[in-house]
Design a protein around this ligand. Sequence first.
Ligand code: FE2
Length: 335
Amino acid sequence: MNVLGIESTAHTIGIGIVSHHGGSVSKKNTKVIANSFDRFASSRNGFIPRQLAEHHAKKFKSVLENALEEANISLREINAVAYSQGPGLGHCLHVGFAAANSLSLLADKKIVPVNHTVAHVVVGNWSCGTTDPLVIYVSGGNTQIAALEGKKPNRHYRVFGETLDVGIGNFLDNVGRELSLSPPDAVGVMKNAAQWKSDELFELPYTVKGMDLAFSGLLTAVKKLAKEKKEKLCYSVQETAFAMLVEAAERCLCHTRKKKVLIVGGVAQNARLQQMLSLMCREQGARFAVVPSQYAGDNGAMIALTGLQMLLTAKNFGGAAPNQNLRIDRTRITW
Ligand code: FE2
């Protein structure tokens, strides 16, 4: 069975294709045969949803052609079309939905609406060989710590901790723009932080409420300190924001008593965050896994993989229309 997945929740238009050869989904019998994408570059103005949606509509055809060429199959050989239903930006979600609808009608195949956050976890578990970990999902728009609850096939992810304001990625992007870094985003913050060769830092607001976090106080403090040495300020932001996340994650780990921790999402690629989390896991006796970088940011392969899991274990998938506010805990995990 071949499943095509369309990702379009934010700055990336991606198409992935997975090929499944029977049995339950694993790295042995399920291969990602294409993972093509085009990403809208960050700028000093941040992301404007209408511009992102125009980009996705314009690039869809070439991304699809690249994916089919990479997989070396035709549209006729696709058995189902999965797409990212949410959460995400409304304009962008509708481009993906319209494309998925058209493809499914054209090829006369089933359409499968996929929860984007669940998909990040599915590709993490598939690539790291983990089952039932404590999940730390860190990306531009999202910061959540969640774990599975309940008995098969009626399990759901429960969110134990999450950001109360912005996602950690968007927070770091904002810092990059406020300080006019190059590039004006999270990458700029990390580059500057790496240049600070001391462990001396500015004392910044540290907001952990139980297992939840908030970043707006940190951002206000950065604005006030904008004239200070950028390298020291970026280092202080990095250490403070990540320490908050690790503290919340440690509390969730002790509460859920999970034996593994899996980090997924675009910010999962951050080496300093990985280092801090792996140290915490070692102290707690838990295994630590990181989603490989090609599947960390938004991608079509994770949507295709999750669509496949759904097709193999459920009969109907509810309404297919996009849902900007779809949360990880709204989706029944049937596999
Ligand atoms: Fe994402």
